[in-house]
Design a protein around this ligand. Structure first.
Ligand SMILES: O=P(O)(O)OC[C@H]1O[C@H](OP(=O)(O)OP(=O)(O)O)[C@H](O)[C@@H]1O
Ligand code: HPA
Ligand SMILES: [Mg+2]
Length: 167
C-alpha cells in the first residue's frame, strides 16, 4: 500500500512537535473554563486524543480524566463513527466545564458525534482540517484537506538512501 494515497501531502509530526503544539493548546485553554476560568475534567477521545490530553492535563493541573472511545477510521478509510465506550455519565452531565481533547479534526464526523452527546463541552484539537473546523472550538495548527497527518506513534526512524545513492 502506498502510505500517502489518497492524500497528496504528508505532514509528519515528531514527538517534540506534538509536545510543543499540545502545550500551545494548553496555553490557549488556560483560564477559559466556566468556573472561575477552571475546567472540571478532561475527556480524551481515544486513542489519538490521549497523548495531547495527558500533556494538557499536566499543564493545567487537571487530575480528573476520562475517555470516550470512538472509532471512525480503518487505517486511512473512513467508516461510520461509533462510540465503543462512553465516559462516566455522572461526571459528564451536558458537558459543562468538560474539555474534550482529540489529536485532530478531519471531516468533523467524530466531534459531531461527541458534540451531540455533550453539547455544552468545549472541543479542542491540536490540528484541524478545513472541513472539520466548524466542529472544533479551539485548535492550534490548520493543514489542508488533502494532507494526511502522520503522528509519531504511527512512525519509526529508519534509514533513507542519500539523494545520490546507488540505484
Ligand atoms: O474528523 P474525523 O474525520 O472524524 O477524523 C478525526 C478522528 O480520526 C482519528 O481517529 P481514529 O478513528 O482513526 O482512531 P484512533 O484515534 O484510535 O487512531 C483521529 O484521531 C480523530 O479522532
Ligand atoms: O490526517 C490524519 N492523520 C491521522 N489520522 C487521521 N484520522 C483522520 N484523518 C487523519
Ligand atoms: Mg482518534
Amino acid at each position: 500500500m502506498d502510505d500517502r494515497l489518497p492524500h497528496e501531502k504528508g505532514f509528519h509530526v515528531s514527538w517534540d512537535q506534538i509536545h510543543r503544539d499540545s502545550r500551545a493548546l494548553a496555553w490557549r485553554l488556560d483560564g477559559q473554563g466556566p468556573d472561575d476560568g477552571n475546567w472540571r475534567a478532561i475527556v480524551a477521545i481515544t486513542r489519538g486524543g490521549m497523548a495531547p490530553a495527558m500533556i494538557i492535563a499536566r499543564e493545567l493541573d487537571i487530575r480528573v480524566i476520562d475517555t470516550i472511545s470512538v472509532k471512525s477510521y480503518n487505517h486511512q478509510d473512513q467508516v461510520e463513527a461509533k462510540v465503543l465506550k462512553a465516559p462516566d455519565a455522572g461526571l459528564m452531565g451536558d458537558g459543562t466545564g468538560i474539555l474534550v481533547i482529540d489529536d485532530l479534526v478531519d471531516s468533523g464526523k467524530t466531534l459531531e458525534l461527541v458534540r451531540k452527546l455533550y453539547p455544552k463541552a468545549h472541543f479542542a484539537t491540536v490540528y484541524a482540517k478545513p472541513k472539520g473546523r466548524p466542529q472544533v472550538d479551539s485548535y492550534i495548527t490548520e493543514v489542508s484537506q488533502d494532507t494526511w497527518i502522520f503522528f509519531p506513534w504511527d512512525m519509526a526512524l529508519q534509514y533513507v538512501q542519500p539523494y545520490r545513492g546507488k540505484d
